[in-house]
Design a protein around this ligand. Structure first.
Ligand code: HEM
Length: 128
């Protein structure tokens, strides 16, 4: 199919949903991440599904409900250290394994997330 978006190529709503569920299941247990995330990740996961949908070229669900993502600004209330960025990415890497995402699509998606994650870092590791 021509002009397919990464969102469609990855399997649309169903696969984004599976990925995000697999991801937050790990976030909820990761000792580097639990101190900054809410205990109930339902709403966080709902927003992340909306965000990743538009990040991959699908419908702009996040912006429609919450306005411009301004992701770095929205992360400023939290201490995002290099260690936490690494933990976030490892949870995502494992989530991609769990849902069976592979090939160039996975590599490109993951590399974009690496850049975005590094952009979120706002606190050095040794600050606390
Ligand atoms: C929200 C942590 C990277 C997308 C959040 C929240 C935390 C967090 C603590 C607030 C959760 C809540 O109150 O519900 C982190 C950490 C990261 C990271 C430690 C490591 C670098 C990313 C990346 C993306 C992303 C790479 C996008 C690809 C989002 C979105 C929200 C969010 C869309 C919801 C914003 C909203 O409240 O509307 N993140 N994040 N985050 N994060 Fe991250």
């Amino acid at each position: 199919k021509q002009f397919e978006t990464p969102y469609e190529a990855i399997g649309g709503e169903e696969m984004i949903s599976k990925l995000v569920e697999a991801f937050y299941k790990r976030v909820a247990k990761h000792p580097d991440l639990t101190p900054i995330f809410p205990k109930d990740l339902t709403e966080t996961a709902r927003k992340q599904k909306q965000f990743l949908t538009q990040y991959l070229g699908g419908p702009a669900l996040y912006t429609k409900e919450h306005g411009h993502p301004m992701l770095r600004a929205r992360h400023l209330p939290f201490e995002i250290t290099p260690t936490r960025a690494k933990a976030w990415l490892s949870c995502m890497n494992e989530a991609m394994d769990e849902i069976g995402l592979s090939g160039p699509l996975r590599e490109e998606f993951f590399q974009r997330l690496v850049l975005t994650a590094h952009h979120m870092v706002n606190t050095p590791d040794n600050s606390t």
